[in-house]
Structure formats: structure tokens, C-alpha cells
Design a protein around this ligand. Sequence first.
Ligand code: PEP
Ligand code: MN
Length: 338
Amino acid sequence: MIIVIRPHTPPEKVEEVIQEVRRLGYTPAPIRGKLQTVVAAVGDETTNATLESLTALPQVERVLRVQKRYKLASRESRPEGSVVDAGGVIIGGGSFVLMAGPCSVESEEQLLVTARAVKAAGASILRGGAYKPRTSPYEFQGLGPEGLRLLAKARAETGLRIITEVLGERDVEEVAATADILQIGARNAQNFQLLIAAARTGKPVLLKRGMSMKIEEWLLAAEYILAHGNPNVILCERGIRTFETHTRNTLDLAAVASAKLETHLPVIVDPSQGCGRADLVRVLCRGAAAVGADGLLVEVHPNPAEALSDGQQQLDPAAFAALVEELRPFASAAGRSI
Ligand code: PEP
Ligand code: MN
């Protein structure tokens, strides 16, 4: 259930509602917006008392029944949309964020050359995998701790914020010590223990959509992070597996538009994993902006032909810069600014 408090209610009156929700046997999760506070009440409505009685309190505007299984993630719980602050870079709320960088961190030179180039093109967040989830155990697995050290160095030099993947629970603390955003990859999107551990760091978490995940399952995975006390969740559509093999995955832009309706969380798009082909990334970025995404995660490498992972889908810095310039009118048509 969602309890909507009247605008301009003083904090002690909001607290009264929170206490009452608790007394009735639910866990209250207040969401404080600029204009209005709403309190999500999490609990089993079949065994607990009804919350409808709260409408008797003068500070309560309405009590809404949320039929959806995701409550904290639902658009109703925060109609104005949420923003995530990643080390001072704001994601959501009308901005169009560019996260770019190599698939994998390979060397100091590779990372710093890329970081400088993507920054000059307009990116504010540098991506790069230090721990890589590779399909084959014989493929490059990432530089691990050395990769994290290089990411920290790139941040110190460029001021870009860092997003990097955390593969397992035991790496969470180590990765969170460097990352401004923890990336949960498609293969781990329903690894609930990992989601909980990532939530507990308090760092923003970017949750990729699993390759066979329904939208509801994706939002329920986000709900795990929210329900464990971390409101800083960004969703990322990265393509799903379908019968089509012409592209590596099928980038589901309808899921982006749909997620924007269903949830208040920022939604970004990764067209690189989404299609697996450098020649399509540019137009898919435009499509993502046009359907209302809040930003992009794009793979950029100084020399894609020599990349240790995902070379076929990485852009060189010049192609990325051209893409950003072309993108501006698409983002602004959708009410976002780069
Ligand atoms: C990546 O971003 O390089 C990656 C491995 O992504 P995904 O988890 O979407 O496959
Ligand atoms: Mn990749």
C-alpha cells in the first residue's frame, strides 16, 4: 500500500503516519519528494490489518493499493521520478547521462586514452570491467585489482566517475571502494545475495536486465536493492536473447518505454551489448534517447580491432564523439539534456 501525505505536512505529522503503519504490522518506507512525501507500507495485507483506516488522519491525502509485486520500485510510490547521485553526477530528472569506456580495462594507456577522449566528447562516467564475466573460462577474465587501481587513477586524472562490474559477493567491498556505481551484469541480475550485498554498500547500483528476464522480474530484482535500504538504483536495458541471431541480442526499446511508465527509477540503455555490432550502435543510441531513456552505457576502445573483449561492438573515440553530437536533438526532443 502507498500512503500519500498532503503537501506541506510538517515532519512530526509524517512521523505519526510512519508510527501508525508500523503499529499495524507493516514496514514503513518513507519516500520524501520535493513537494510531497509518500510512505510505502511493505507487508502482507492478507494477514495484517487494513491500512485504509489511515485516511482518517487529516495529513493523509489518500491510501493507494499497489497490486504490483514491486512496491518501492513502482511509479506510484514516486510519481515525479527519482534521481541518483553518483559522486556528484546526477542520473535521472531530465539529464541524459553518458557512460562510456572500454568493455575491459586492459592497460593504463588504453584506459587513460579512452577516458580523456570520452570526457572530451561529453561523457561524465567512465566504464571499464576489471572483473569480467566471460562465457568461456579461456577468455580474458579482466585485470582484477590492477584494473580497479587503473580506474581510480583515471578518475583522479579526469574527474570522470567510475562504473565497474562486481561479479560476486566476495568482491563487493573491494569493488565498492573504487566504484562510484556498482554494475550488476546481465548474468547476475537475479543473484539475489549479490544484489543484497551491493545494496548494503549504499553505493548507486546499475542493474542490467538479465538476458531472459521479463520486465516484472527485472523490477523485482531492483526491488531487492530498494528493500534492503538502498534507493540509488539505475536500470539498464542491454538486450535480451531471442530467436534472432543477426544481432548478438535483441535490444528491447519497448522495455525501456514500458519501464519508464512502471517505475520511477532512471533507465539507461547499453546498445553495445544490445546489438553486438559497432555499425548499429550509433542509430540505437538515437532510438534509446527518443524513447525516453535517461542515458547510455557505450563501449569505446582506442583500437577496437585489438580489444581483449567485445571488439566487434566497441566504437573508436572519433565515432563516439560523432555519435554524441548527433544525439543531442534526439535527447532534447525527449526532454533531456546531454
Ligand atoms: C559489459 O558491460 O561488458 C557486460 C558484460 O555486460 P552484460 O552484463 O550486459 O553482458
Ligand atoms: Mn562488453
